[in-house]
Design a binder for this molecule. Structure first.
Ligand code: SF4
Length: 451
């Protein structure tokens, strides 16, 4: 909870000397509470008062960075319980478990499979970022060698071992890439905290329940180790979801510092579909790091798609640049299609146009990121805005014909659009999936008749 002016007044010197620029300590406290002044303006403020104020100003959930410098991953620092209240800021990283008790060539193949889990969707690259490397043998050199191999493959690391010596060896091998060390427990927390501090790596802390977890993080933070990641120890779907929710609520609503860190969750379901369902639930509420068994590409795609959707700002739809886009290498006879600048709409149209195997021009109208029917209902995708976009795009200089294909859902504007822009307007399919058939039949017939 933020400090009130009265809370702050209690920790000020109360001498009313006026050196801070206001006549009394209470007036200065009121300025501090409303963030109109800095504690540095009071030369007599104690170190404890400064620390208290700095602590109160810290975000309720700490931001923890991991991974190599050029591919840093940031976890935590969320500010709301519900996405519609503001937005979620830092998408959860996904870590795929790989055990070290396999021959080197199989280990390398496992890293390659994780590296290959990247996808293009609505103009963004979505990928699985982390390998959760499990020390399955307790052999320090073997664990360190596997960590080096994963690091060389460009993957960030979650290093999992019960053996401090093995964890130390692996962390030493890849410390520059800032792996997450897993895990400090009630039995080893002091040694693990020192290890993480020495290597300047984030440390995952595992409790047997939330009370033990909060107790451990408070002890570890007191040693000066504050880049922590929480593991409540739950391994069933319902209990993990309950713990993640409780952690988020306590951190945001109560400013409960011992749980004010990003939290991780393990996917433990057996069936591949159940694993996706479980992982998606944790992405929604409220994992900052998801640890999964090895994933098939379709599973990874489902998880990163859910993540992309949940971590898109609900007030700012993903958009593409308005103007002329190309599909393939269109020429002066190629079709000209019109659509909106909502990314999901645009990339669906692009993919379906590609499927028609006919190069095309696509004029993208600025509808502030709205889809065709939403923009039409909001009067942002109408005859006037399309005619203006066609003129501004300069498409008339790039094609020899004057035929425009509009989405079937806005067929009603075709007459007015023809009047405004002087092009022949062809009504395309209602769904973009119909584009290949439309190109093969209607477009070809009209183009052939015109030539
Ligand atoms: S400088 Fe410090 S002690 Fe003096 S009035 Fe301001 S807050 Fe109070």
């Amino acid at each position: 909870m933020p400090l009130t002016a009265l809370d702050i007044y209690k920790i000020l010197p109360k001498t009313n000397c006026g050196e801070c620029g206001v006549p009394t300590c209470l007036a200065f406290a009121m300025q501090l509470a409303t963030k109109k002044a800095s504690i540095d303006a009071c030369p007599y403020a104690s170190d404890d008062a400064k620390a208290t104020l700095a602590g109160a100003a810290a975000p309720p959930i700490r931001l923890v960075a991991c991974g190599p410098q050029d591919r840093r991953i940031e976890l935590g620092k969320e500010t709301v319980l519900f996405r519609h209240e503001e937005t979620f800021y830092h998408p959860p990283a996904i870590a795929v478990r790989v055990r070290t008790d396999q021959p080197p060539d199989e280990l390398r193949a496992a890293f390659d499979r994780v590296s290959a889990l990247d996808f293009e969707r609505v103009g963004q690259t979505l990928r699985i970022e982390i390998v959760a490397l499990e020390d399955a043998t307790g052999e320090a050199e073997r664990f360190a060698a596997a960590a080096r191999e994963a690091d060389a493959a460009g993957l960030a690391l979650l290093l999992m071992s019960d053996a401090p010596a093995a964890l130390d060896a692996a962390a030493s091998a890849v410390a520059a890439s800032r792996p997450i060390l897993y895990a400090a427990t009630a039995d080893n927390w002091e040694a693990m905290a020192q290890l993480a501090k020495r290597h300047n790596c984030p440390l995952a802390v595992r409790g047997r329940n939330l009370n033990e977890l909060a107790d451990l993080t408070a002890r570890i933070a007191a040693l000066g180790m504050t880049d922590l990641i929480l593991d409540s120890g739950s391994r069933t779907h319902a209990a993990t979801l309950a713990d993640l929710t409780q952690i988020r609520r306590l951190a945001l609503r109560k400013m409960f510092r011992p749980l004010g860190y990003p939290a991780l969750a393990f996917v433990t379901a057996n069936g591949p579909l159940d694993q996706v369902v479980e992982g998606t639930a944790y992405i929604c509420k409220y994992a900052a790091l998801l640890v999964t068994p090895e994933l098939e590409p379709w599973q990874a795609l489902a998880l990163v798609t859910a993540r992309q959707n949940i971590y898109t700002d609900p007030q700012k739809p993903i958009q593409v640049e308005p103007g002329v886009h190309t599909v393939g290498s269109p020429d002066t006879d190629s079709p000209v299609l019109v659509t909106t600048n909502f990314s999901l709409t645009y990339f669906t149209v692009e993919a379906d146009t590609e499927a028609s195997r006919m190069p095309a021009w696509v004029v993208v109208v600025n509808t502030e990121g709205q889809s065709v029917m939403t923009a039409w209902a909001a009067d942002k995708f109408n005859a006037e805005s399309i005619a203006r976009a066609v003129t501004d795009s300069g498409i008339a200089e790039r094609v020899a014909h004057r035929r425009l294909v509009i989405p079937g859902g806005v067929a009603a504007i075709s007459g007015k659009l023809e009047e405004l822009c002087g092009w022949q307007v062809m009504v395309g399919p209602r769904e973009s999936a119909g584009i290949p058939a439309f190109m093969r039949t209607q477009w070809r017939q009209v183009a052939a008749a015109a030539s």
